[in-house]
Design a protein around this ligand. Structure first.
Ligand code: SAM
Length: 301
């Protein structure tokens, strides 16, 4: 049974719209799949998966299982981190012969801490078309429920497993003002929390987003100083999949602040608060919103 034939989906008037778009041949379709709840797949993704000639996937067993849930039967091609370059060559040849091919990973968005980027790169290099089909990604899902989003986030993905290398990476992130986004394996989550607490200010807020979209989903926010104790308080918390979000560094009150303020004062004599903030942001490379607030305060004073 395909999605068009499924009794529930077939009743959705909007379903017809998935077919209105054209899906060219000789094209790689990069398809996001659910990160837990199987019904998080999009209608358009299902449509494309039913349309393509083959599906390149990280693990053929996982993808076969997902497709079976939707009654989709397609030839599968293994494309994982150990054969990505060779798989890319095969896929490019098939695309050049006019096929439509979908690329999926085990869960979430291909190429984001997952195989896929080398295949996409090879397809682009061969002058062929790549069409993305958006859907779940653990990082974005966690961010959306964290309340920690300022105007920027910095995706780190998996940290090195070895302590020394992890420490070096974390120290390099100390000054980043954007919210930091990490992926972490459950058996390393306590180590990770301890390493974060050593590298960053203990007052920073941290969010543990565990088992997103699944039965035992849990989203916990606390100061970094309390993180390891919270994780160790319940044995279940050392199981499951995690996204860890860490509040960014406070905007530094440094010599650059004084310079930004000097520039703002000059500009405010000639232009509006908005223009002054915008020009000062271009001159100093600092955030426009922060400069706007500062300019308002200076104007008021
Ligand atoms: N490409 C995927 C994406 O876009 O979300 C990520 C793949 S990466 C190999 C797997 C990692 O993503 C897990 O170790 C975990 O850190 C995070 N992750 C995936 N699914 C998750 C979920 N349901 N809840 C929390 N984290 C998840």
């Amino acid at each position: 049974m395909t999605v068009q034939e499924s009794s529930v989906l077939a009743t959705l008037p909007v379903l017809g719209e998935t077919a209105l778009q054209t899906y060219p041949t000789a094209t790689l379709y990069v398809v996001a799949t659910p990160i837990g709840n199987v019904t998080d797949i999009t209608l358009r993704s299902l449509h494309v998966l039913t349309l393509v000639d083959a599906i390149a996937c990280e693990d053929t067993r996982n993808t076969a299982h997902l497709l079976q849930r939707f009654g989709i039967h397609k030839p599968l091609v293994a494309a994982h981190m150990h054969n990505e370059r060779e798989a890319a060559e095969v896929l490019v040849r098939r695309l050049q012969a006019g096929e439509r091919i979908a690329l999926v990973s085990d869960a979430g968005t291909p190429g984001v801490s997952d195989p896929g980027a080398k295949i996409v790169d090879a397809v682009i290099a061969a002058g062929l078309r790549v069409v993305p089909l958006p859907g779940a990604s653990a990082a974005i899902t966690a961010l959306s429920a964290s309340g920690l989003v300022n105007d920027q986030f910095h995706f780190v993905g998996f940290l090195p497993a070895k302590g020394k290398q992890r420490e070096t990476v974390l120290n390099g992130l100390r000054g980043v003002t954007a919210t930091l986004v990490f992926y972490e394996a459950p058996h390393r989550i306590v180590d990770c929390a301890q390493a974060l607490a050593t590298a960053f200010e203990p007052t920073r807020q941290v969010v543990f987003a565990r088992e997103l979209t699944k039965l035992f989903e849990e989203i916990h926010r606390c100061p970094l100083a309390e993180a390891a104790a919270w994780l160790q308080a319940d044995a279940h918390r050392e199981k499951g999949e995690y996204v860890v979000l860490l509040e960014g560094a406070p905007e530094a009150a440094d010599a650059g602040d004084a310079e930004a303020e000097r520039i703002l004062n000059i500009l405010l004599a000639e232009c509006s608060v908005k223009q002054a903030a915008s020009l000062a942001a271009q001159i100093t490379g600092r955030k426009k919103n922060a400069l706007y607030e500062r300019a308002l305060a200076l104007k008021g004073a």
